[in-house]
Structures are given as structure tokens and as C-alpha cells.
Design a protein around this ligand. Structure first.
Ligand code: ZN
Length: 246
């Protein structure tokens, strides 16, 4: 089965549209690692799309915050302002959908979906050291995670860890073969707010028969997404960072 793996769309409709056009015809099911909303200006369009098209999904911390399931004191001021704005914008059926999203880990075939970490849905896995600490929690050879907005991931072996680097700015696609004797923690990157220095929307295609992950990047209409954020009265920094990929 070929899966389209999306994470951290963050109400960015322009980025999502470009990813879907780029991946069209190349997958059977869509899986999502959470944070449908927060930061961007199109929470209803993105959530309504997810309700119709996403096969399996776990909740992200921004989904929880908007749904009233996470204290906004955990958020920085811009993220909190965006969560409050998003809650006011959402149509009732979309808000209800966010409230009912399940926490990870969620099993699909023999792999798992999580938002943050296999240990805790709200934890960040940013370093090899953090990945190495997760050994005791790993129940499957393959986890897809998001939350950091950094494409790539980690391979965890009893003898140490290795880093799966993100695509270089010159690359559009890269096929990565999952090695047999490692636990693989794979991050498709963020569709709607990349933070790995590359402003292009990030996603991945997982082929469960070939055991390959294809990391992909696709340009999108950043200036339109920025304009919508500013016109909505959301914090200007949320618009500016999209052009930087930070
Ligand atoms: Zn996120």
C-alpha cells in the first residue's frame, strides 16, 4: 500500500493544495499526524477537507488547544492568539471533529502514527539523544511523527542512533530505504509551516511493500497564505516566518 503522510498542515490551504496536486495519483490512503489547525488562516477549509479525505489521523497539540483540551498557558502568545482566533472561526461540525481526534500511537498495518513522540503525544523529538531515550517505548519497527516541523527523522539501534537528514534545498524528492535492523522514526515534515530552513511544503509517501519512504518538497503560493494571515488580523510573525521556513 502507498500512503500519503501529512503532518502539521496548520490551516495553510495553499500549501495543502500544492501537496495534493504534487502527490495526485501516487497513493491509496492519506494518513495525518495532527495539527490540522493553528497559525494559518484557513481552519475550516483544511478541517472540512480532512473530514472527507483523511483515512487515519491522530490529534496534535494545536488541535487539542483549539478544542479546549489543552491549557493555552503552554503556548507562546502568537500560538495562543491563533488558537483563540481559530476556535471562534470554526464551524461547529469542524470543531466537533477536532474534539474527537484520537491521541497516538495509532496502529496502521504494522507501523504507528504519533504527533510528538512514541512516549508522549506532546513531546518533541529533535535530537539523536532524545530519539535514543525512546527505546523502551518502541513497540513497532516504524513510527511516523511530526510536531517538530523538521523533515527527516532518526534510526535507533541498540548500538546508537543515526540521523535521517531533511532534503537539501536543491532536491525535490528523495527515496529512503528503511533499514531492517533499526527502529525507524520518520518525520514527513510540515505541510503548512516548515521549520527546517526550507519554506517549501514538506510531505512523504510511504510504500509499505517496498519499505521505502519518499521525502518530498513542493513550492506553494506563500504570499497568498501570508496575505490571508495578515488580513485575518493574526500575529504578523506567523505570516513572515512562512517565507523563511522557520
Ligand atoms: Zn505543529
Amino acid at each position: 500500500m502507498r500512503y500519503l503522510i501529512l503532518s502539521d498542515i496548520h490551516s495553510n490551504w495553499e500549501a495543502l493544495e500544492s501537496v495534493l496536486a504534487d502527490a495526485a495519483g501516487d497513493y491509496s490512503q492519506i494518513l495525518c499526524l495532527g495539527d490540522l489547525v493553528g497559525y494559518g488562516a484557513d481552519p475550516n477549509a483544511v478541517t472540512a477537507w480532512a473530514r472527507q479525505h483523511v483515512h487515519r489521523i491522530v490529534r496534535g497539540n494545536h488541535d487539542k488547544a483549539v478544542a479546549g483540551l489543552l491549557d493555552l498557558a503552554w503556548f507562546n502568545p502568537a500560538a495562543a492568539a491563533a488558537a483563540i482566533w481559530t476556535r471562534e472561526q470554526l464551524q461547529p461540525e469542524n470543531l466537533e471533529y477536532l474534539k474527537r481526534l484520537p491521541p497516538g500511537p495509532l496502529g496502521v498495518e504494522s507501523f504507528r502514527l504519533v504527533h510528538g513522540s512514541p512516549a508522549d503525544e506532546d513531546d518533541y523529538v529533535l535530537t539523536r539523544w532524545e530519539a535514543a531515550q525512546l527505546r523502551q517505548y518502541l513497540e513497532s519497527p516504524l513510527y511516523f511523527f511530526g510536531h517538530t516541523h523538521v523533515q527527516g527523522g532518526f534510526l535507533v539501534h541498540r548500538n546508537g542512533t543515526q540521523v535521517v537528514p531533511p532534503l537539501r534545498p536543491s532536491q525535490r524528492r528523495h527515496i529512503f530505504e528503511l533499514p531492517e535492523d533499526f527502529w525507524c522514526l520518520i518525520n514527513p515534515g510540515s505541510v503548512g509551516q516548515p521549520r527546517d530552513g526550507d519554506p517549501r511544503a514538506a510531505y512523504a509517501i510511504y510504500d509499505s511493500e517496498e519499505r521505502t519512504v519518499e521525502f518530498r518538497r513542493v513550492p506553494y503560493n506563500v504570499s497568498l497564505a501570508q496575505r490571508k494571515i495578515l488580513e485575518a488580523g493574526l500575529p504578523a510573525g506567523l505570516a513572515h516566518r512562512l517565507a523563511l521556513g522557520q
